[in-house]
Write a new protein. Structure first.
Ligand code: ADP
Length: 453
């Protein structure tokens, strides 16, 4: 309004050039600014001269009904020190009304408008005669205002209005983006802090886990020594090295021996589990026959209940597999004794077969027979397992339920140890089951295992 006489229309191309220039100036402000306040300051600095304003300000909501000055351009020097304290009430004066009514407010001549008598002193001291205020809208909500102050009292023409609207729109978009960026930066800082915290907790948990496993390994090791002595002396007594025994004494010693052997098995499992988790369990691979391993496993456990039929289905020829035989026997013993334990009557089938396309570890793939795996399946027609428990039974010390524990005994270590041992050997243990129908546990190992360190 200051560059052209009131009634002379501004040529369209000139308007377009000014709008483009303003848009470019704000885009530049946005690109170079590092914080929202800087965006407002830079936008004012670039735009105010384009529209011919003497000075300009940006206000944002501090609360529902109060606006705070967040940026000013060319504010008269002697009043600059009060800028930080400047507050405007929403609804009062041109700026307050622009926010309250969410529209463009134009005041042409402060000195001749009686309703603006309160503003005259300020206008006189600061040196402005007219002002325009445009709402800054964030997410459809008026959150502040952009106010320009002019020295003259000339009316805005349509070209000026459209330019200022463009400026306000641009600034709204800019402010919205800047707020998003600020939110993102805040979220980023928070995430980074949470990450540091999580990492610390993870390390603590890892350390606690390591200490627990160290403790378990040490305790198990210490328990073995006296138990070995108990078993050794029981053996000497049973063999009559300390004198002849009555039948009653012999039976009692057999019970001591059975209990001690079971305890030794539990301690060994605990020790292996702890060492596996500490990455310390050694494996000693050799070439063996998978069928012989199955038979060895079945030979070393208690018989099933009288109503249970046991059968082995295996190829006639040997099934060569390169693995650690003692660990495979251990896994199969766990699976077969579980099948016996959870099958009150029915059938347990142990199958041995060669399969192709089974999961392979990179270690096995790199060095072993990459085409085949050897599979042992232990199938029973016992009580079965609910779908929801199928994962949990592989957790250490987890059993399906308390009543089953009382009925069937056990510690809940067998499957956890079996799976971890199988993985250590480059394979896995998996399960399929239907409650009331039965379960099939599958041990699958690469036919040619190269020690994974
Ligand atoms: P344990 O047998 O000492 O309890 P395991 O780790 O070997 O520990 O087994 C965990 C749980 O998985 C068992 O308590 C039982 O609930 C379930 N389970 C394992 N094998 C079978 C099976 N063949 N049939 C039904 N449930 C089974």
């Amino acid at each position: 309004m200051h560059e052209s006489p009131v009634d002379t229309p501004v040529p369209a191309h000139e308007t377009a050039v000014r709008e483009l220039r303003a848009a470019r100036e704000i885009a530049h402000a946005f690109l170079t600014a590092r914080s929202p306040d800087e965006v407002y300051r830079l936008a004012l600095e670039r735009v105010a001269p384009v529209v011919g304003a003497a000075f300009g300000c940006v206000y944002l909501r501090e609360s529902d009904d109060v606006l705070r000055l967040v940026a000013a351009w060319n504010w008269p020097g002697e009043y600059r020190e009060f800028l930080g304290e400047m507050r405007v009430r929403v609804g009062l004066g041109p700026t307050g009304r622009a926010v309250a009514e969410s529209r463009f407010i134009e005041v042409y001549d402060i000195f001749s408008d009686p309703s603006l008598a309160d503003w005259r002193d300020a206008a006189h001291e600061l040196g402005f005669a007219s002002t325009v205020s445009l709402p800054i809208v964030l997410s459809d909500h008026p959150e502040g205002a952009l106010t320009f102050y002019f020295r003259s009292t000339e009316r805005l023409d349509e070209a000026d209005r459209s330019l200022l609207r463009l400026v306000a729109d641009q600034l709204s978009a800019t402010a919205e983006k800047a707020h998003l960026i600020e939110d993102l930066q805040r979220a980023n800082v928070q995430l980074r802090e949470q990450n540091v915290e999580l990492e610390a907790r993870f390390l603590e948990a890892e350390e606690a886990r390591r200490l627990k496993n160290e403790f378990l390994a040490n305790v198990s090791h210490e328990l073995r020594t006296p138990l070995t002595a108990i078993m050794g002396f029981t053996y000497l007594l049973r063999e009559g090295h300390e004198g002849a025994l009555t039948d009653q004494q012999r039976q009692s010693l057999e019970k001591v021996d059975a209990a001690a052997t079971e305890l030794m098995g539990l301690i060994d499992d605990l020790l292996s589990l702890a060492n596996l988790q500490l990455g310390r369990l050694d494996v000693r691979p050799e070439t063996c026959d998978a069928v012989a391993l199955a038979r060895a496993a079945m030979g070393g456990i208690h018989d099933p209940s009288p109503g249970v039929e046991v059968r082995t289905l295996a190829p006639d020829a040997a099934v060569p597999v390169r693995t650690d035989p003692s660990q495979v026997i251990r896994i199969l013993r766990n699976l077969v004794s579980n099948a016996y334990k959870f099958t009150p009557a029915g059938r347990v089938t142990v199958r041995v077969r060669v399969s192709s396309g089974s999961p392979w570890t990179p270690e096995a793939r790199a060095g072993g027979d990459a085409r085949h795996s050897v599979v042992w399946e232990v199938e029973d027609t016992g009580i079965g397992i609910e779908e929801r428990d199928l994962d949990a039974i592989f957790d250490p010390f987890r059993q399906v339920d308390g009543s089953a524990t009382r009925r069937y005994g056990g510690t809940g270590m067998g499957l956890a140890l079996s799976r971890q041992l199988a993985r250590r050997l480059g394979g896995d243990v998996s399960v399929r089951s239907r409650p009331g129908v039965g379960s099939t546990f599958t041990l699958s190992l690469p036919a040619g295992f190269l020690v994974a360190v």
